[in-house]
Structure formats: C-alpha cells, structure tokens
Design a protein around this ligand. Sequence first.
Ligand SMILES: Cc1cc2nc3c(=O)[nH]c(=O)nc-3n(C[C@H](O)[C@H](O)[C@H](O)COP(=O)(O)OP(=O)(O)OC[C@H]3O[C@@H](n4cnc5c(N)ncnc54)[C@H](O)[C@@H]3O)c2cc1C
Length: 464
Amino acid sequence: MMSEAKHDLIIIGAGPGGYVAAIRAAQLGWNVACIEKEPALGGTCLRVGCIPSKALLESSEKFWQAKEELEEHGIWLGAIELDLAAMLKRKDGVVSTLTKGVDSLFKKNKITRYRGHGRITGSGRVTVTSSEGETNLEAPHILIASGSKVAPLRGIELDGDRIGTSTEALSYPSVPKHLIVIGAGYIGLELGSVWKRLGAQVTVLEYLDRIFPGMDSETADEALKIFKKQGLEFRLGTKVQSARVEGEECVVECEGSEPVRGDRVLVAVGRVPNTDDLGLESVGIELDARGRIPVDAHFATKAAGFYAIGDVIAGPMLAHKAEEEGIACVENLVTGYGHVNYDTIPGVAYTEPEIATVGKTEEELAAAGVEYRKGVFPFLANGRARALGQTQGRVKVLADAKTDRVLGVHIIGARAGDLIAEAATAMSFGASSEDIARTCHAHPTLAEAVKEACLAVDGRAIHY
Ligand SMILES: Cc1cc2nc3c(=O)[nH]c(=O)nc-3n(C[C@H](O)[C@H](O)[C@H](O)COP(=O)(O)OP(=O)(O)OC[C@H]3O[C@@H](n4cnc5c(N)ncnc54)[C@H](O)[C@@H]3O)c2cc1C
C-alpha cells in the first residue's frame, strides 16, 4: 500500500533530539511529522540508555545501602534479599511510563507519528517503510536525528547474550558471578557498578592507563580510588584482543597478559553515529572520517533543506546535548534565532558517588595556555554531606586568573549531577567565581560546597 503526505518538517528519529525538536516546532506552529522505527518513542535514551540505567542504578544503590549502610543509621532490616525480577520489572515500568509520555506529548502537540524506517529519497522527500507498506512524505525541511549505535570492537563478536552490550546488561536475568566490562567510560562504569552492588565480581578492562577518558584527570583519579575501594577490579593499559564463550565461561584474551575468565562480558567501548540505510547518498550528503553527518553552525548539512542533530553529528553523545541542538535547530528555522552554548554542556556519571563536570578540564586549560586559579572544597567539610554520611569527593572550580570567569567545574560527590546545574547556569551567564561565592546558598546543603570551592579560588574558603 502506498500513501502520501505533506508536512512543514519531517524528523527521522524520535530520540531526545528528534522528539524534543518535534515538540518545539509544533509549539511554533509547524505541521510536524516524526518517523521512528521502534515501537516505543524516546530513542536510545528512554528505551535502552539514560532512563533504564538510572532506574537500575537507583535500585541497586538502595539494595547496597540496605545491606551495607543502614545499620550505621540505627536501622536493622534483618536478612536482605534480592528479587532481581521485580527490580527489572520496575525498570521496565519506568521506561514504559516515560515512552508513553512521549506518545501523549505527540498527541497534545498534534505531531504525526510514522512508524517504520525512514529513508531519504531525494530533495524534500522521505519514504517510510513498515510492515504495512510505504508512505511517501514531503517537506521543505528534513531533520535527521537518527542517533547512535554501539561501537564494535575488533576481534569481538557480540552474541547478544553472554558477550553483549549495554542493552543486554540492562536486563541480565540473573546476577553474573563475574562480569567482565570492556571499557572504563560512563556506560561501562555505571553498569559495572549496578552489577557489583547486586553481588557480581566485576573486572573492568581498559586500553588507556586511566578511567573516564577525557574527564579532568584529577577527578577521574579520585573516582578510580573510590571504585577500587568499592571492590571493582581494574586492569588499565590492557588491550583486549578477542572474547569467546567456552561452555559456562567467557574468555577474554588480552595482549601480553593472561586471559580474563568470567560468565558475562559487557562491551562498552563507545557508540558510533547511526546512518544505516538513511539514503544520504540520494542528496549528496557525505559522512566525515568518524561516520558523522557534517553540519554548519545552524545544523544544516550540505544538502539544501536537510539538517542533523544529536548523536549523529559531532560533539558529546549526550541526551541533553541532542535536545539543545533539536530546539536550536528548529527555532532557527522558524524564528531565525537558535543557539547552543557548547562550553556549558554538563556531563554526569551516575556512579556512587556521582561525578559531574562542565567546562574545561585542567589539562585543556594548560594545553591552551590559559592561566587559571583553582579552588577545591572537600565534602568532608560540608555539614550536609556529614549528615547524609556521604563525605567522599570534592568540588573543584577553575577560574580565569585575570578575569575570574568560571571556566570549568568538576564535582565528585553525593548528588554531583544535580549540583552541576548551578555551575552550568552560572557559566551560561558568564559568572565569575566571586559571583557564585557571593550568592547566598541555603544551609545545610551540598551546594554550599560549590560556594566554598568558589571562595577557595581566592584562598578564602571558610570551613576548610
Ligand atoms: C546505557 C546508556 C546510558 C546512557 N546514559 C546517558 C545519561 O545518563 N545521560 C545522557 O545525557 N546520555 C546518556 N546516554 C546517551 C544518550 O542515550 C544519547 O546521547 C541520546 O539518546 C542521543 O539522542 P539522539 O536523539 O541523538 O539519538 P537516539 O536516542 O539514539 O535516537 C535516535 C532514534 O532514531 C531512530 N532511528 C534511527 N534511524 C532511523 C530511521 N532510518 N528511521 C526511523 N527511525 C530511525 C532510532 O530507532 C532511535 O529511536 C546513554 C546511552 C546509553 C547506551
């Protein structure tokens, strides 16, 4: 069956980039179509990324606290048991509530949803293919928001079960005895933490000699010490060559060292742009060396009328970055104005403790020859952290030596992911460390540590 429809804007992909762009364009009065091949809206983020991983991080943290920490608060629970099936069901419930929420938002904003695979067929044209047939769509503006997929690792064939990706690690039917995580980035360390807390032995193999590549290295080093104390095992500087299933075991061969044996392998070496069968060649769009769609400052590709945002273009692969780009792209199309401040995009690892960063690292400032002053405040000296019993970590603020403008903030500690919003907001307004230091922060809060770190830039922290 073949049908046809015309819209002002067609969006390929309903991840956080695509669905948010769709809503914003509809708010601005456009007739919007959004094509998604998966049954549920919300993309990687809602289905198999941010949301299910955070649901499991929360549940596993509660399990760990019940087993290891509540006694200290005078709470005795007796024998603690894990009902993994119930934990996974709760996670699935969180996902389905949120993905259905996007369905409702589409209805509310009168966005037409097409279910199927979207393929560009020429200027202003996309064909949606589904089990029900083909639909030809036309629009003067087409936004590609097709996201990313798991990066392969040479020598490793995924079997979709024992040797798998984050998607399998979000739903293991039982707690692995020994989980081997390949890659010490955000995804590997978050999901490694989940299964460690639930009782697995976890060994993390990393090619580099550090964890969290690209993160401020002092902060990453502190995280490594804390994770080791939690019982995660690390083999840094390890080049994985292959992985195979041998009976009950998975065997991971590494260059120059003994193989590592476990019962599950999680390959978490990053993600790559997803441009599978998009028909880009039909309009002359060529990918860059890393498989990304090149765009200009307004997210326009070299093909007139085609735009791209989110994980499929350059920049950090983060849900909020995709959202910002989606909004800026359509606002620019409809109103002529739209902007993303790439200097203030935070990144958060939802480990325990959380790690959150925004702006430049010390290494980046040194490499660029920028003179900076540094203020550090440990959570040990923060009253709220003491009351919570979560005193690990610290806040580090980097400010320009001449102007005092905040250039980077790196937090490792309880609820760092929430605390970083203050730093990102302040930096968006071009704040100095003095501006934050002179802002009254409620007491007792963890946010006082941010204020104190700003005071420390000028050597005048009060409580440390
Ligand atoms: C385990 C995990 C945890 C993560 N945790 C976080 C986190 O805590 N915070 C964070 O910011 N980011 C996190 N991320 C990254 C985040 O999920 C991505 O950066 C984000 O989803 C990118 O959004 P997007 O809209 O660009 O693409 P996606 O979310 O990948 O969405 C693209 C959508 O397009 C659809 N699609 C692709 N091609 C077609 C086609 N031809 N036709 C129709 N549909 C198509 C796909 O099915 C998909 O639904 C995590 C990722 C993973 C895997």
